[in-house]
Design a protein around this ligand. Structure first.
Ligand code: SAM
Ligand code: SF4
Length: 473
């Protein structure tokens, strides 16, 4: 029995995933062009799709898939705009009491090199991240008694306190095990952004195969109810995700949409973000590849999620290879990580190498932040490190961005341009700086003349000419 078993499940915990109902929806869904086009029209009007409507999109084949791709691209272009928010993961510790079959940190992997960053090492990692221009981190932890809520909260406070040059971390998100109510309150008090928990797979039988009984993570409902406890504890900024490659990908798309609708209906707010990691090679893991998702289906799942959950941010991680990331980015992705290292201490110690024994899994894209920023700029995106809404208490920002007319023009684009100008002034290579300044000029030209634009121009000048930083609307 694992050492964390004393936590008790909410009495109100409900298992809202009905495998038979979801499987039936998938089996019965027909690719009817008229129906699929009606659903596409609903997405373009930014209406959330039902689980059944999502199943219909999953059944669509042939040229309808091309229409779904085109719709995802159009939504990104017309509705979500061309900003992409950048962040980096910081792995704090890889001790773990669980034994997830797909993960190199699992308890039975005795070959794993176990390590937890000391306070001083956290400082070194954060300084290295700040020195290349990062402003937003997600802290990642295994599940272990050493990583209780107080430890996580202390680490968050420590990260916020570290400043080097013009560098500072302005938003710290968390990816860690589900907590009890009290735990969530403690990490919320430390000022976290999003608390992210992936269900891994919503398919009960597959979940049981991947997470042995008797381990904390073996308890499906404890995990599924994890974000409900977060909401009840006052933490309403949460992220969901599924690890694609474990079960039928279509089933897990329906699982994610069901989870999203459940949170929306029960708490009046859906998840802030949705993640769709795909299985990667990991030390000692010999996975059943039957449910692995090929690139074409991966694009389908990202595009269909974009159509189904209009008010949710979508995260595409560095697990994917650069070329595919570039293509999928245009399907409505709002956040990516860049310059990532996931071995503990990797930002000062790993260099350009990935060592299987040290990694949770192998990344597909280990290009530097500067290189990724340059590619984004070349492809017409605005890299952004904006953290304004969260710091001004404008919660539900992703919802407001798309539901409140003019919100993007008034807040998101100006804040993206000022954080981009900070990056270009303080960290970019000459080559990236040149492409970036061109983007800033082009985007400024698109903004209508107004008092706010004058103020923005003034702020950009202050960033370039003075020490003033962190200016936001
Ligand atoms: N220990 C916490 C937990 O399980 O919730 C933190 C999560 S873990 C450090 C981050 C995520 O990595 C997991 O939720 C899982 O989805 C993903 N992951 C684990 N093994 C993976 C693999 N081989 N390939 C890709 N992603 C993997
Ligand atoms: Fe531990 Fe998380 Fe890896 Fe599972 S996925 S073994 S809980 S670190």
């Amino acid at each position: 029995m694992c050492a964390l078993a004393k936590m008790t499940l909410n009495e109100s915990a409900v298992d809202f995933i009905d495998d038979d109902a979801l499987s039936e929806l998938l089996a019965d869904a027909r690719s009817d062009p008229v129906h699929v086009r009606e659903i596409i029209a609903k997405s373009l009007a930014k209406e959330p799709l039902s689980v059944a409507e999502t199943a219909a999109l999953l059944a669509a084949g042939g040229e309808l898939v091309e229409e779904i791709f085109a719709t995802a691209r159009e939504l990104k272009r017309k509705v979500y705009g061309n900003r992409i928010v950048l962040f980096a993961p910081l792995y704090v510790g890889n001790q773990c009491v669980n034994d997830c079959r797909y993960c190199a940190f699992r308890l039975s992997n005795t070959g794993a090199i176990r390590r937890t960053l000391s306070s001083d090492e956290v400082r070194q990692q954060v300084e290295a991240l700040e020195n290349v221009g990062h402003k937003r981190l997600i802290l990642v932890f295994g599940e272990h008694p050493d990583y209780d809520a107080d430890f996580i909260a202390d680490t968050v406070r420590k990260v916020y306190s570290i400043k080097v040059g013009h560098g500072s971390i302005r938003r710290v998100n968390i990816n860690a095990a589900p907590m009890d109510h009290d735990g969530y309150r403690r990490v919320k008090d430390a000022g976290i952004g999003t608390y992210q928990i992936f269900q891994e797979t919503y398919h009960h039988a597959t979940y049981a195969k991947m997470h042995p009984a008797g381990t904390r993570k073996g308890d499906y409902l404890w995990r599924l109810d994890g974000l409900n406890r977060a909401f009840e504890a006052g933490l309403d900024d949460v992220g969901i995700g599924a690890l694609f490659g474990l079960a039928d990908w279509r089933f897990d798309v329906l699982g994610l949409v069901s989870h999203s609708l459940y949170l929306q209906n029960r708490y009046g707010v859906g998840p802030h973000t949705i993640s769709f990691p795909r299985m990667r090679p990991a030390a000692g893991v010999d996975p059943d590849k039957n449910n692995f998702v090929g690139d074409y289906d991966f694009k389908r799942l990202v595009a269909i999620l974009r159509l189904a959950v209009p008010y949710t941010g979508m995260i595409l991680t560095a697990r994917e290879e650069p070329e595919l990331r570039r293509e999928v980015m245009a399907f409505g992705v709002s956040q990516i990580d860049a310059g990532s290292r996931i071995e503990i201490g990797g930002y000062t110690e790993a260099g350009d190498a990935q060592v299987m024994e040290r990694e949770q899994f192998m990344l597909g894209d280990i290009r530097s932040l500067d290189e990724v920023v340059r590619e984004l700029l070349t492809d017409g995106f605005i890299p952004s490190w904006c953290t304004a809404c969260y710091r001004l208490g404008r919660t539900g920002e992703h919802f407001m961005e798309f539901a409140v007319p003019g919100f993007i023009k008034q807040y998101c684009t100006p804040n993206a341009l000022s954080t981009l100008t900070e990056y270009l002034t303080d960290y970019a290579s000459d080559e990236t700086g040149a492409v970036g300044e061109k983007t800033v000029r082009t985007e400024l030209d698109k903004l209508p003349d107004s008092q706010q634009k004058k103020e923005l121009l003034n702020r950009l000048e202050r960033i370039r000419e003075t020490e003033d930083r962190d200016l936001y609307f």
